[in-house]
Design a protein around this ligand. Structure first.
Ligand SMILES: [Ca+2]
Ligand SMILES: [Ca+2]
Length: 110
């Protein structure tokens, strides 16, 4: 098996491309922080716990509204939980409400 320099460069490019396209390890790492009980999906209460840790809401009801609005944005298939795919999609696109996005990004860097 000869592995020419060109082939090696090709492989390098592939790896670089994959890393750029799918920073999955990073997303999974962050996802795991949110997924407190490790069942592979983020429940509203897990999201609430993370939000409280980042920026304590001024009141219970304000916190509840915040969580509901973020769930609304993240839970695109409306099953009541945020799975890794939904989480990654949000992370990748960064659409919608800039304020929520900023908060999420802050959470990512915790
Ligand atoms: Ca969970
Ligand atoms: Ca969902």
């Amino acid at each position: 098996m000869s592995n020419t320099r060109e082939q090696q460069q090709q492989q390098h490019k592939q790896v670089e491309k994959l890393a750029a396209l799918a920073p999955d390890v990073e997303i999974e790492r962050v996802f795991t922080r949110f997924d407190g009980n490790g069942d592979g999906r983020i429940s509203p209460s897990e999201l609430a716990a993370v939000l409280r840790a980042i920026a304590p809401p001024p009141s219970e009801s304000a916190g509840g509204r915040e969580v509901a609005s973020m769930m609304d944005e993240l839970d695109t298939d409306r099953d009541g939980y945020v799975d890794l795919g939904e989480f990654a999609a949000f992370h990748g696109h960064g659409h919608g409400d800039a304020e929520h996005e900023a908060e999420l990004r802050a959470a990512f860097d915790v």
